[in-house]
Design a protein around this ligand. Structure first.
Ligand SMILES: Cc1cc2nc3c(=O)[nH]c(=O)nc-3n(C[C@H](O)[C@H](O)[C@H](O)COP(=O)(O)OP(=O)(O)OC[C@H]3O[C@@H](n4cnc5c(N)ncnc54)[C@H](O)[C@@H]3O)c2cc1C
Length: 471
């Protein structure tokens, strides 16, 4: 079975590759191989069942549009007065800032043409944002404020369905429920992939002169195995470990109104590790998602119409390792496994005040807490048993400093859910056109560590399609 391009993974990076190739060269045969379902068949049963049932392939992270389908759909744009890019990954380090901005504009227009909200958040309150920035600076915290286009969790699903229909109607082939098990590599050159259909269990081989890996964080573990097996060059990078923090909308009212999503970054003492807020969801809901080997991680959503009274955001600490241990993925997975065990396979939640008091949170305390948890399946417990001293100190110091910028940020009733972990750490070595050390094997999106968000993942797909399409 021969194609011009095989793309492993139908997340935003893979589907934007296919979309752009269609615009440039509709005669090219593009095959997307996706282990999950078509977007219209993706459904997470957690609300009906009341707990995560650990679907064989997590519907939150697998299927057409990957982790994008149930994401909050916040498209991070850029600050036009800034000659650097601070959010979403490293594309600009390969192709330059101007080219990246041009791609972001292009991708943004496509999202709008498929139904994303035309309104942009974070551009109307420059003076108010400047005041918050000044307060943050006094606490050695920097604030990145960029325009955000908020699609909303329920609308993301519809939007990606339109893209799926468009691609299928234009002869892009998509093999759903099919996992790529192995790569076919000869003389350091990619030749194709080996697959299993997860329903029929049929095994297949597909061939193409070019294979593109768009496997996302879901596929990071598989990719790591491929790197070991075929000596694909990579660096071990970092892993971001932390918590999902939930607090009252009232405390976050100004930030939510002026910026929608504020990205605070600092390096608290004594460790001076990078600590940052990420993925803020005003009036949102805390969510869980399942990765390989049933590892359950926490995340957050916010809908366009369905609202809670709480804001949630991630507080993440970057972990670097060197000698003699340099396996960030393994470290992160071990933290997650320990925390999952403490929650009997579920996300663990603890009140900030209980951490200060040196005690776990009990279910009845959670019930009477002024901040009601929006993730109903989370189990009250003690996250400090599993998050290391260094990670916890970084998080608590960060919360203490941010309380001086946002009054109430350190309210003892605020909730910490764990584990929130971003496995960006399997960073493939790629050239400026995203080609790996294996000839004609390219990597786009989050999986190989190039990007960290919807916009940049999508932009990486467009860039590669243009590069290969014009070659
Ligand atoms: C709950 C949640 C909320 C989020 N909210 C936001 C947000 O608001 N804004 C933002 O910018 N980002 C957000 N993100 C992150 C964003 O979704 C990702 O950055 C983006 O989807 C990455 O795109 P990708 O194409 O690199 O990978 P993914 O979207 O992860 O897609 C990869 C696909 O590859 C498939 N795959 C992996 N390995 C294989 C294999 N071996 N064989 C076949 N298929 C395979 C997977 O099933 C998956 O469908 C969120 C993520 C989650 C989980």
């Amino acid at each position: 079975m021969n194609y011009d391009y095989i793309v492993v993974g139908a997340g935003p990076s893979g589907i934007f590759f296919a979309y752009e190739m269609l615009q440039l060269n509709p005669n090219k045969k593009v095959l997307l191989i996706e282990q999950g379902k078509a977007v219209e068949n993706r459904h997470c049963p957690i609300n009906e069942v009341g707990k995560c049932v650990k679907c064989e392939r997590c519907n939150i992270t697998c299927g057409f549009s990957g982790a994008g389908a149930f994401s909050d759909g916040k498209l991070s744009l850029y600050d036009e007065n800034d000659d650097d890019i601070h959010v979403g990954g490293d594309i600009h380090k390969y192709i330059g800032v101007d080219k990246t901005k041009e791609l972001i504009d292009y991708v943004d227009d496509i999202y709008v043409s498929f139904g994303a909200d035309k309104h942009l958040e974070g551009i109307d309150y420059k003076d108010e944002v400047a005041k918050i920035m000044a307060r943050a600076k006094k606490e050695n915290i920097s604030l990145v404020n960029i325009p955000i286009r908020h699609i909303g969790t329920e609308k993301s699903h519809d939007l990606y369905l339109k893209i799926e229909k468009y691609l299928l109607a234009n002869n892009i082939t998509i093999e759903f429920n099919t996992s790529v098990d192995d790569l076919i590599i000869k003389d350091n050159t990619i030749k194709g992939v080996k697959t299993t259909n997860l329903i029929t269990k049929n095994k297949n081989e597909y061939y193409a002169p070019v294979v593109i890996l768009g496997v996302g964080r879901k596929g990071a573990n598989w990719l790591s195995d491929m790197c070991l097996k075929y000596n694909i060059e990579r660096t071990s990078g970092i892993v971001d470990i932390g918590v999902r923090y939930e607090l009252s909308d009232k405390v976050m009212a100004d930030i939510n109104k002026y910026m929608y999503e504020a990205k605070f970054i600092s390096h608290p003492t004594p460790f001076k590790d990078k600590v940052r807020t990420f993925c803020q969801n005003p009036s949102g809901f805390v969510a869980s998602e399942v990765y390989d080997e049933n590892i359950t991680l926490v995340n957050g959503h916010s809908y366009k119409e369905k609202k809670s009274n709480n804001t949630n955001l991630a507080i993440l600490v970057s972990h670097h390792f060197n000698y003699p241990f340099n396996k960030p993925i393994e470290y992160g997975r071990n933290v997650a496994k320990n925390l999952n065990s403490l929650g009997d396979g579920n996300i663990v939640v603890q009140r900030l005040g209980d951490i200060y008091r040196g005690k776990r949170t009990w279910p009845e305390e959670l019930e009477n807490n002024s901040i009601k948890p929006t993730l109903k399946t989370a189990v009250a417990g003690d996250i400090t048993y599993a998050l290391g001293y260094r990670t916890m100190t970084d998080i608590l110091e960060f919360i203490r400093s941010l309380d001086k910028v946002i009054e109430g940020f350190a309210n003892p009733d605020n909730l910490l859910y764990g584990p929130e972990i971003k496995f960006y750490s399997n960073k493939l070595t790629i050239n400026n056109n995203f080609e790996t050390s294996i000839k004609n094997l390219y990597s786009i999106g989050d999986g190989g560590g190039l990007t960290r968000g919807l916009m940049m993942a999508s932009a990486s797909g467009v860039y590669l399609a243009r590069y290969l399409g014009n070659k």
